[in-house]
Design a protein. Structure first.
Length: 51
């Protein structure tokens, strides 16, 4: 393919900015982790866990 979807850099940027500013962004965090290789089913399960 050789191309990068435009949301990939954005997802990582949201995670970095939210971490620096103490903002809770669980969906962006999981998306970023999936981009980095996390299993999608595990990401969904982690999102649905009660904290």
């Amino acid at each position: 393919m050789g191309e990068v979807a435009e949301g990939v850099p954005t997802a990582h940027a949201v995670v970095n900015i939210s971490a620096k500013n103490g903002i809770y962004t669980p969906i962006a965090n999981q998306i970023s982790q999936v981009i980095n290789g996390k299993d999608v089913r595990q990401a969904l399960a982690d999102l649905l866990k009660k904290n």
